[in-house]
Ligand binder design. Structure first.
Ligand code: BLA
Length: 318
């Protein structure tokens, strides 16, 4: 898996193959997440019948206020996938961002595939996970069904991409025991490990998708809808990428992109509000607290390491 995957800019501008390979290893700040997206789409097509999402009409590409930064959007659907979408932000060497997610059709209790990679010229902030639809602490059966067999894969990558330090405590509820939350300085080694992890995690998700049986019980489907709705509402309101999106394309466009593209489905999957799900964010005047976290940041180290200790420590935030 450890291939020189970084598509260096000098590669695309007609340099020789030898220079191209050198550039891929040396110019670590000039890379793109496009090949991650290409891999995922090609791989998906091997497993299911992918068709364009109606969202493609409205969300394709945008240029930021700076006139240089490009935002590229793709969206698809498939029988078991309600929405497969990606946002790729290309600000050259200053910033590259990938937000790639797959949301299951509500008849399936499949995890949500989540790849959020933010890269500036020096720093990378990464979350890669199969976000659980249902709580993996109280629903041991859900945890076993989807994560038990993936624990070795998760442990291998958790060693290569160590825990990124304290996070917004509320976020942990949306993470699985195999989550990769990490920060690293840019290097071709790190980017290659990340590409490898992305490929393996996505292949694992596709396999789960292919094997998933449809829920027929109406109450189970309702639970799946509500869980996905809660997840979407959380991310529309509290996603850490919001500030940057607002800076790039303005507040109204950023809000539209978050609600109607990135976390599309809020109007269809449920009718509860953010404060119904997260009442602790309610201010005295009834509005939603702007803070990303009420509890504050915690989890200095990977909380999933010891399975006994983990339950006790994580239960406190539920
Ligand atoms: C930081 N992004 C973070 C952090 C997390 C995530 C955990 C660390 C800060 C924190 O504790 O909140 C990602 N958090 C997630 C994800 C979930 C979650 C995926 O709860 C899912 C449930 N990140 C993006 C995009 C951008 C981005 C699209 O995904 C930019 C357009 C930027 N993320 C970004 C930046 C930081 C960050 C700049 C550091 C600044 C900060 O902490 O606010």
């Amino acid at each position: 898996h450890y291939l020189p995957i970084l598509t260096s800019r000098s590669c695309t501008s007609g340099s020789t193959r030898r220079n191209c390979n050198r550039a891929a290893f040396i110019e670590v700040s000039a890379f793109s997440y496009q090949n991650f997206i290409d891999f995922a789409l090609n791989e998906t097509k091997l497993h299911t019948n992918l068709s364009p999402s109606p969202l493609q009409d409205k969300y394709r590409s945008l240029k930021a206020f700076d006139g240089k930064t490009q935002l590229q959007m793709l969206s698809f659907q498939a029988p078991k996938i309600r929405l497969l979408r990606s946002l790729n932000i290309d600000a050259g060497e200053t910033m590259q961002v990938l937000d790639f997610a797959a949301f299951p059709t509500p008849q399936y209790d499949l995890p949500i595939f989540c790849a959020n990679f933010f890269s500036s010229s020096s720093m990378n902030i990464v979350v890669l996970d199969l976000n659980p639809l249902h709580d993996v602490i109280s629903h041991m059966d859900y945890r076993e069904k989807y994560y038990q067999s993936l624990m070795p894969l998760g442990s291998m990558y958790a060693e290569l991409l160590p825990w990124g330090g304290k996070i917004t405590s509320e976020s942990l509820r949306f993470f699985s025991p195999i989550v990769l939350w990490t920060k690293f300085t840019s290097s071709s080694y790190h980017h290659n490990v990340l590409y490898s992890a992305f490929m393996d995690y996505y292949k694992a998700w596709l396999q789960l998708m292919q094997q998933a049986d449809e829920d027929v019980d109406a109450s189970r489907i309702n639970c799946n809808c509500e869980a996905q709705h809660k997840y979407l509402i959380w991310r529309v309101e509290k996603d850490p990428g919001q500030q940057i999106l607002k800076k790039l394309i303005g507040e109204a466009n950023a809000k539209d992109l978050l609600k109607n593209f990135l976390f599309n489905g809020i109007d269809e999957l449920g009718s509860k509000t953010f404060l119904d799900y997260f009442p602790e964010y309610q201010c005295a005047d009834g509005t939603i607290n702007d803070k990303r976290s009420i509890i504050g940041k915690s989890f200095e180290s990977r909380p999933w390491n010891d399975s006994e200790g983990m339950s006790v420590r994580i239960q406190k935030i539920w």
